[in-house]
Design a protein around this ligand. Structure first.
Ligand SMILES: Nc1ncnc2c1ncn2[C@@H]1O[C@H](COP(=O)(O)OP(=O)(O)OP(=O)(O)O)[C@@H](O)[C@H]1O
Length: 255
């Protein structure tokens, strides 16, 4: 008998309005621990908006109204007593464009730890090495940790950004099209790394690439015009989707 997987994030009836425009129309979707979930759908369907509701990044946008429930474990992340800084440590985010700070590679990785007041050089050195190794970029940068992160290639910068998120020891990593600005070799490195990270982290990934979703994700959720059409095991979504809209999208009939 298959055992039920542990859920780490549960969302229920999430609506989001930008001013009067409803961008999310009642999304209920859960995420299993130690899985990669891909969010797919045509441009403007609300994937990034939904991703940002999972660590309250939409709080930074004016005139946004959100209703419904988002829980990390048992904690309602929209409860008034939520510490948003702590939340964003637990639920880290990697963006489409690599955005290293204009500091050294070392200082980029330990940015969150420094903010948290960690000063012990040995602890910081260890965190830098472990995170850069996990992000599969250690061999590229180990001899130039004190050079600017901006001197690296786009693919290396993105892996340093992932190391920065990993150094904060998140439970969940949100990724908004993390490889769309990268060449195929850098993309393959990041995809392989994500498959390794899955043992220790839960990853939620917005992607425009069906190939990427089918290569690396365990589950796939298909969004259309602010609605969740269906979410299921990735194999099921790609081989035998339940809804016609999903089939039309994955077979390239629209989008
Ligand atoms: N800051 C914002 N202010 C107002 N409307 C927004 C804002 N961000 C997104 N929207 C609107 O919300 C809808 C969903 O956008 P969102 O970026 O979430 O879609 P998406 O599926 O991630 O698209 P893409 O694949 O192109 O990134 C779109 O109609 C978009 O124009």
């Amino acid at each position: 008998m298959a055992t039920e997987k542990e859920k780490i994030i549960t969302t229920s009836d999430v609506h989001l309005f930008y001013g009067k425009t409803e961008a999310l129309k009642g999304i209920s979707l859960d995420f299993n621990k130690n899985e990669i979930t891909a969010l797919i759908g045509p441009s403007g369907c609300g994937k990034s908006t939904y991703l940002r509701t999972l660590n309250r990044m939409n709080d930074l946008i004016p005139n946004v109204t959100i209703t419904g429930t988002v829980k990390l474990g048992t904690q309602n992340i929209y409860a008034p007593d939520t510490d948003v800084v702590e939340l964003r440590k637990d639920v880290g985010m990697v963006f489409q464009q690599p955005l290293p700070f204009p500091f050294s590679i070392y200082d980029n990785v330990i940015y969150g730890l420094r903010l948290a007041g960690v000063k012990d050089r040995q602890v910081l050195d260890q965190a830098v090495e472990t995170s850069l190794k996990q992000a599969a970029v250690w061999d590229d940068v180990k001899d130039k940790l004190h050079e600017s992160a901006l001197s690296l290639s786009g693919g290396q910068q993105q892996r340093v950004c992932i190391a920065r998120v990993l150094a904060a020891k998140p439970k969940v990593i949100l990724m908004d099209e993390p490889t769309s600005a990268l060449d195929p070799i850098s993309t393959a490195k990041i995809e392989n790394m994500l498959l390794e990270l899955r043992d220790d982290y839960t990853i939620i990934l917005v992607t425009h690439s069906m190939h990427q979703a089918s290569r690396i994700s365990d589950r796939t959720a298909f969004f259309l015009q602010g609605e969740l059409i269906e979410a299921d095991a990735t194999k099921k979504i790609f081989m035998d989707p339940s809804k016609k809209q999903t089939e039309d999208y994955i077979t390239g009939r629209f989008g």
